[in-house]
Design a protein around this ligand. Structure first.
Ligand SMILES: [Cu+2]
Length: 155
């Protein structure tokens, strides 16, 4: 039991180290934000910050290995106050539009297409002028409910 406990605390330490490291990759020296999605339906990092009204370059990369049909990922940044789960529920029916409901095309702040394993897409967009928290989601069916969403903070 003691042995088990020490393994658990080591893995917590490793996790903490990873979390600290993750503070860096979210925003790199050149101001480019890189976010990954994996086969466990996790974004990393799940939070990033941008300056209001600034031009943002965001690279989204699918670092998984599973086929796109089973484990594709997109990244859509939604208006302030959007319920990520409600959006994802609506998005399920819109595979033909990269899982973005067409009526939301003009409302999403930025969105990638659905990416397969090893693919990446770079988004360049202007951050909203209004400070606050803006959710981002992967709207591939089942992924937002599984926790694949995060927050862009505009400050
Ligand atoms: Cu996903």
């Amino acid at each position: 039991m003691k042995y088990l406990k020490s393994i658990i605390s080591i893995s917590c330490l490793a996790t903490a180290a990873l979390l600290i490291a993750a503070c860096g990759p979210g925003e790199q020296d050149d101001g480019v934000i890189t976010i990954t999605g994996n086969d466990q339906m996790q974004f990393s990092p799940t939070e990033f910050r941008v300056a209001a009204g600034s031009e943002v370059t965001l690279i989204f990369r699918n670092i998984g290995q599973m086929p796109k049909e089973a484990m594709g990922h997109n990244l859509a940044i939604l208006p302030q106050g959007t319920d990520p789960q409600a959006f994802a529920q609506e998005a399920i029916r819109h595979e033909a539009n990269e899982y973005i409901p067409p009526e939301w095309d003009d409302r999403v702040i930025a969105a990638t297409r659905v990416l397969g394993p090893g693919e990446e897409e770079t988004l360049v967009f202007t951050a909203p002028s209004e400070p606050g928290e803006y959710p981002f989601v992967c709207s591939f069916p089942g992924h937002t409910p599984a926790g694949m969403w995060g927050t862009m903070t505009v400050e």
